[in-house]
Ligand binder design. Structure first.
Ligand code: NI
Length: 149
């Protein structure tokens, strides 16, 4: 595992639409391991592949003080319910925290690194996190969605 550079706002890479993963190979596994390493080192909650300069539809997230690590390949939100407004930040936009409205509950269909289908169900903070990370895969940053007080 190795820590990768986190691309910062202003870099056009963060504004691109990422492509689906088609090869579930060792290279993918290595990328996901590096993303987890990078996320933990940066003490963040979530990290999407474009943030390390790779335009592929992958994100990783960590909750419960690092006890839960989530990896999602080709994630798709298949159900969204309710509303929740909460402050967000992003490893690509240091020192900025703004309120964003997200669904309170989401169900995400995705794949693990081996190509096995997985279902992620989340409420509250993890739901916001999944939506934030999936936005990254479409070139959308949380500041685009900031709620004006
Ligand atoms: Ni982010």
């Amino acid at each position: 595992m190795a820590k990768r550079k986190i691309y910062q706002i202003g870099d056009d890479t963060l504004r691109q639409v990422s492509r689906p993963v088609t090869e579930f190979d060792d290279k993918l596994s290595m990328l996901i391991d590096d993303m987890i390493d990078t996320l933990i080192y940066a003490d963040g909650a979530g990290l999407a592949a474009p943030q390390v300069g790779v335009l592929k539809r992958i994100f990783v997230a960590t909750f419960d003080g690092g006890n839960t690590i989530i990896e999602a390949v080709n994630p798709v939100i298949v159900k969204a319910k309710g509303k929740r407004v909460a402050a967000e930040g992003c490893l690509s936009i240091p020192n900025v925290h703004e309120k964003v409205e997200r669904p309170r509950h989401v169900v995400v269909n995705a794949f693990d690194r081996h190509g096995n289908p997985i279902v992620l169900k989340a409420d509250g903070f993890p739901a916001s996190c999944y939506c934030h990370e999936i936005d990254h895969l479409d070139g959308i940053l949380f500041t685009d969605r900031a709620v004006k007080n």
